[in-house]
Each structure stands twice: as C-alpha cells, then as structure tokens.
Design a protein around this ligand. Sequence first.
Ligand code: NI
Length: 399
Amino acid sequence: MTALEIYTERHAIRKEANDIKDELISWRRFLHQHPELAFEEENTKQFIQKKLKEFGIESKILAKTGVVALLTGKEQGPTIALRADMDALPIQEENNVPYVSTIPGKGHMCGHDAHIAMLLGAAKILSKKNIEKGNVKFIFQPAEEIGGGAKALIEEGVLDNPAVDAILGLHVYPKLETGKITSEHGISCAACDFFEVEIHSEGGHGAHPHLTVDPITTAAEVISSLQHIVSREIDPLSSAVVTIGQIHGGSANNIIPSTVKFSGTVRTLDPEVRKTMEERIDRITKGVTQAHRACYQLNYQYLFPSVTHNESLIPILEKTAKDVLGEGKLTYSKPSMGGEDFSFYTEKVPGITFRLGTGNEAKGTTYSLHHPKFDVDEDALEIGTALIAKFTLNYLSNS
Ligand code: NI
C-alpha cells in the first residue's frame, strides 16, 4: 500500500466510527446509569437485543443474560467471534458526572459499559458492510467479574454452530493514554484460583495454653510458611503469587478460639506451575498443623486458567492498529497477574485481546479499574469501535 492508500484506509474506518460517536456515548451513558451485577443483566440484555434488532441483526439469549448474534457473509468462510463483557461491580460510584450510576452500591467501574457500546458500534458498522465471506459472531457475555459467564456460554454452545475459528476481546485501560493500545505475546493474564484453610483445635482459656492447642499461633506459622512456596519452591524465572486476603478467628483477649479461618488467591502464568500449587499449599499446611497438634481443612477452587494469545493473530492486530491508529500506537506489555475469564475461550479456540487506552489526565480518567472514581475517556469509544470492526474485516479478508 502507498502512504496515501494507508491514510485513506484509516480515514474511512475512523470516519465510519466517528459518524456514530454520539450514539456510542449515549449508549455507554445509558448503561453506565443502569449498572447490573453478574447474571442479573436483564435490562442490559434487553437494551443490547433492541439495538441489534435496529441494525437488522437477530440475536438469542444464552447463559441466562448473555446475548449472542450472528452476521453471515455471502459465501461460507471462517467465523470470527467478538466478545464484550456486560456486568458491573458492587461499588458505590464517586464520580460527579451527569451520567453517574442511578443504582446505589452498583457501578460500571470496570468499563464494561464501554465494552458493550463499542461492540454495538462495531455491529452497526459491520451490518452495513455486506460481508463477502465468513461470519461474525457477537458475544455479549454476562458475569465476567465472578468468572462464571464465559464458562456458562461455552457450556451452552457459544463456540459452536457455526464453529468459532478465532475470538477477539478488549479491555479499557486507564493507565494508557487514549489513542494507544497494548497487547502481549503469549500469556496475557494469569490463572486465578482461590483457597480457604480452616485450622481447628478444642479451644480453651487464654491463661492455660498447655491444656489445649492454639489455632492462632498455628495459623500464623502456616501463613508465613506458605510464603516459602513463591520464594523457595517456584523457579525464579517463572511467576506465581500467593496472597492471603482474609483471616478470621477469636472473640476475646483471654480465650483461645477453636477455629481460625483464612483464605486467599493463587495466581500463576504457567499451566504446569498452576497444577502444583494445591499440593504445595496442602503439604505445608499439613506439616505445620501436625507439628503443632492442630487439624486443618483445605478447600481449593480452580477458577480460571491463564489467557494465552494465539501468535497467528498478532499480525492481524498489528495491521489493524496501523490501519486505525497509524504507526507506533501498538506496544507490547508483560503479562498481568490479574485474571480474566476470556481464558475459557482461548483454551478452546485461537484468541487475542488488547488493552484500549482510555487515560486522559485532563479529563480525570486515569483512576484504575475498580476504583470508585474510575471513568472512561469517551473519545476512546469511537477508536475501540473502529479497531473491533477493522480487526474483523482484516481477519476475514486474510483467510
Ligand atoms: Ni473488567
């Protein structure tokens, strides 16, 4: 392509997204004002279905509150899926904006309102394109925050009929300025698991510790020893996190309680390391509690695997970034130890995600995700929309 052709290409898709800028903002603001938590996205679901219908796209409900729609091309070809998550968080919004959340204690503080608006925008643009070959599957996914939505959709067949050949996801990112995006080679997000330990004994009087077993001192040693997993057992070139986020036990200064409970999260990048973590936690807890004559119970929950990007989709993302944003706007980052249930899709089909810059100091949109003052620079909405639409067209014309 000549420089002029590249410029024209960029101009065309940016213009199409810019033409619907006001709609994107109004959709996002409506959703922002009416946040709904995981698997409760009833109004959100209806809103999405209504908009898709206006664009002439039929949709169906999966996983209670998920919306799935298909746009078919003239000829048979590959199917690309585009995913937006839908749920809000149990956070009281602290922004002073006209579109502030109207539901006490609930807010779109992770930007999923923007994700929905941008995917709807891409659906509107793509619905007018008369796609030559292949299909586009729009997946509006409930319950990302609690990690259940992607799994439920897959169990109900979201990746089948027609079978999905590739999937794209994105997340707004306030730490990157508007107009830029970032992605990762290989692993993008960590596997996320939870665990809970209960240490018990008979309890007794605080003045007579020798007549009982103390679960508090035992729990303190177990917690310290669990930190040896990352510092002494895992290859320093691999990555793992063991965080204890809660500890509960005791009721008075002079009582030795009968139980102490603590719980935490384990994050790993390498699936092989992930498989070993439950055994390590169990072995250490068993050894330390036995040494101090206490009993224990471990409840280990596997939540979601790591998100792994498919290398074959990197050139398409690079071309898309160049087409929409120009040179040098896509950078690569290190994987995040945060979790994202997009991993359930990338376990089954080739997938890729990118983070969309929404940070703007002057507009106050640099608060981190899940912060009560988190907000999105709305100029990023048309950029995200253009990127999703262009990635889709690039993928379908490439295959
Ligand atoms: Ni999120």
